[in-house]
Design a protein. Structure first.
Length: 475
């Protein structure tokens, strides 16, 4: 781990051993494109023969990179966006004669999203250990999602919905999702933040339409035909994406990938905890996650308690989704250009203040609509920053001789913490939700503790920005 950068480059034996810090642009250091065309010209090909880097498609540009990103975008827009639209199903199931007596209905949505976050530490080592099978993992996970929806359409008890529309669907998505993140990191380096921003905005964009279409279908055809119909629609819209998602690097089938996982474990993770940045980012992600989900859950019921129409209430969620698309593009673009602590702090301070100053005092759309836009633009796009948080932690460590394996391990830690906060949201929201309704009081009295928890959680998360001062002092 004490080798110089030049010695590291000369000792590389495969494309996967390129450390992330070598690819990051710095003053006085060549860009990723120039590194790709000169410094890495003696990599081994899949058959073990020496290959020039010119044999590989370009990083951050070219048809291959943008075609791959479009394929992932289609999957995100159809599969993950469906999980995020469970609120429509929750309202329907809670009134359906087969399920309305069950208390499992709210848990389905939490499982459908939470398992995806929690599952990354499980799927991440698999995708890292066997890179030659990543495309197969994508297909298997995609099929699991479809099977989960079809199986749920035959449910007659709530636990069956929880199993199939919740767990099977979510686990299928994380099996599909993890390997294409590895592959995305191969295609994008300098523009990685922008690439993740484009990818994540897919669910926000489709979130403008999926709840409306699914809601109309549930009312007209019921949940069985809606789930089956959406399965067919998903195959038509995103099935071709499986053919677009090709890896930039053709990995060996001879077990060479063992080098990617060697030395990666709790011990190496602990070494990065000593940099102070990983604990700060982890705390910020967890606190932001605890506060993030509350407005999404309660803003429609808040509007209805004010006497607003169903159209106005649903319109608030549409505003959040619309602003989320713009915010994710902004977060991805800005995170490639400035210290990641800056957008991370801005994206928690502003929505925290908005919760206290706009949501709590709201008595109509004049306050709720601006709050929805602010919340979507800043808070809903926060997860785009995870990729730059990971590269920042690696870049700030004393020893940086580690490649994509460490990056994805750090990413899975942040994802896991987001999943824990998501799972905690159910009992937390029940505890904070009040019984008394008074439209003259802050937060209508019933939502006051929820509003304050949201504001304080966001502002507490923003304190992680002090880590930027630590880095400056240590330089």
């Amino acid at each position: 781990m004490s080798k110089t950068a030049d010695q590291d480059r000369n000792s590389l034996t495969s494309e996967d051993d390129i450390s992330l810090h070598e690819l990051q642009p710095r003053p006085g250091r060549p860009s990723a494109d120039s590194l790709h065309s000169s410094d890495f010209g003696h990599l081994l090909s899949d058959d073990g023969s020496s290959a020039s880097s010119t044999d590989l498609p370009p990083i951050d540009s070219g048809l291959g990179a943008w075609t791959f990103l479009f394929g992932t975008w289609l999957l995100e827009a159809t599969v993950w966006a469906f999980a995020l639209s469970f609120g429509v199903f929750q309202d329907y199931y809670s009134k359906h004669e087969l399920f309305r007596e069950s208390d499992l209905i709210p848990t389905i949505g939490a499982v459908a999203t939470g398992v995806t976050y929690l599952g990354m530490p499980v799927t991440n080592p698999i995708a890292m250990r066997w890179p030659q099978h990543r495309r197969k993992m994508i297909v298997v996970g995609y099929v699991m999602c479809l099977v989960g929806l079809v199986a749920a359409s035959f449910a007659r008890q709530a636990w069956q919905l929880l199993l199939f529309q919740g767990f099977v669907f979510a686990f299928g998505w994380v099996v599909c999702y993890t390997p294409f993140l590895f592959m995305l990191n191969e295609w994008f380096v300098e523009k990685r933040g922008l690439a993740y921003g484009i990818l994540f905005c897919a669910s926000g964009l489709s979130g403008l339409f999926i709840p409306l279409g699914v809601g109309a279908s549930l009312e007209r055809f019921g949940f069985r035909y809606t789930l089956r119909g959406y399965t067919v629609l998903t195959i038509v819209l995103s099935g071709p994406a499986l053919f677009l998602m090709r890896p930039r690097i053709s990995h060996s089938n001879r077990g060479d990938s063992l080098t990617q996982t060697k030395g990666l474990g709790i011990g190496s993770l602990w070494e990065y905890c000593k940099t102070i940045h990983l604990p700060l980012f982890a705390t910020a992600v967890f606190l932001q996650g605890l506060a993030f989900f509350l407005p999404n859950i309660f803003i429609t019921s808040y509007a209805k308690d004010l006497g607003l129409s169903s159209t106005e209430s649903s319109g608030l969620l549409a505003l959040i989704s619309f602003a989320q698309v713009l915010g994710q593009l902004w977060q991805g673009w800005i995170s490639d250009r400035v210290n990641v602590y800056i957008p991370a702090s801005i994206s928690t301070i502003i929505p925290g203040l908005a919760a206290a100053l706009l949501w709590g005092p709201a008595r109509g759309m004049a306050y709720l609509a601006p709050f929805a836009l602010i919340w979507g633009f800043f808070s809903a796009s926060y997860s785009v920053l995870y990729t730059r948080m990971c590269t920042f932690v690696i870049d700030s460590a004393k020893d940086k001789d580690t490649g994509e394996g460490l990056f994805m391990m750090l990413y899975s830690v942040l994802s896991f913490l987001r999943g824990v906060s998501n799972i905690l949201e159910g009992p937390l929201s029940s505890w904070l939700f009040g019984d008394e309704l008074d439209v003259e009081r802050f937060g209508l009295a019933r939502y006051a503790e929820i509003v304050w928890f949201t504001a304080i959680g966001m502002l507490a998360s923003s304190l992680a920005g002090l880590g930027m001062l630590w880095r400056r002092r240590s330089m």
